[in-house]
Design a protein around this ligand. Structure first.
Ligand SMILES: Nc1ncnc2c1ncn2[C@@H]1O[C@H](COP(=O)(O)OP(=O)(O)O)[C@@H](O)[C@H]1O
Ligand SMILES: [Mg+2]
Length: 213
């Protein structure tokens, strides 16, 4: 179980997060919802060490962790615009971090990538480059790349926003399939209908006064 307690963050003296508390249970899906500008992405960035929180406690299975040091071991992140490496093929996008960071052999990384590609319907495009892919394919590569590092929690920032609206149900299905496979997921979204489709639990971030963009 991932637990966040009393997370606070200000930017330039303006309070954005004023003591946020939530938990994500193992194998479940928590959706963090709220209006644009409420601070949803900031929560994700603080949790995954991309931004330094002003205060807050973070724990995984009751063991405290420091997002700045431990986030790579704990989280996989699927960014809003996917952030794939443009100069690498699908397969290389998936195998780079396991070989470079975890130092696993290329052979093992390739076998693992092949499995993820089958799971996420990417086998046919494994030699292609990001510019050759559809939005949905790019998102699935981003998910495969994150899963290749075997994260404890897979996080998404607005998984439906960069895609055609009619792909929304497919994304929901894919996320629910990953849940069936045991993946714990934390999803940031402003899309309430989507959240209701996939969430085991919802956490609403309220915009503080004068904060809404
Ligand atoms: N690095 C930053 N510096 C200053 N202000 C920021 C920074 N990141 C986010 N903000 C501000 O914090 C607020 C919350 O942003 P964000 O977390 O992106 O909201 P959401 O994801 O809910 O739309 C916004 O007003 C945004 O402009
Ligand atoms: Mg956001």
């Amino acid at each position: 179980m991932l637990k966040v307690t009393n997370l606070k963050k200000s930017f330039n003296g303006r309070q954005i997060l004023d003591g946020i508390n939530f938990t994500v249970k193992d194998g479940e899906i928590l959706c963090i919802v709220g209006p644009s500008g409420a601070g949803k992405t900031t929560i994700l960035r603080c949790l995954t060490g991309m931004e330094q929180a002003d205060s807050g406690e973070f724990s995984l299975d009751d063991k405290p962790f420091d997002p700045a040091k431990d986030s790579q071991r704990i989280f996989g992140v699927v960014f809003q615009d996917f952030n794939l490496f443009p100069n690498l093929s699908v397969k290389e996008n998936i195998t780079l971090a396991p070989t470079l960071v975890k130092k696993i052999s290329q052979e093992t990384a390739d076998a693992q990538a092949a499995k993820l590609e089958r799971q996420l319907d990417l086998t046919q495009v494994e030699s292609q480059y990001p510019w050759q892919l559809s939005g949905g394919q790019k998102q699935r590569v981003a998910i495969a790349r994150a899963l290749a590092m075997k994260p404890q929690v897979l996080c998404y920032d607005e998984p439906t926003s960069a895609l055609d609206p009619n792909l929304r149900d497919e994304v929901a299905e894919m996320i629910l399939d990953l849940k069936k496979g045991g993946t714990t997921q934390l999803i940031i979204t402003h899309d309430m209908d989507f959240a209701k489709k996939v969430a085991d639990d919802l956490f609403t971030v309220k915009a503080l006064e004068g904060q809404e963009d």
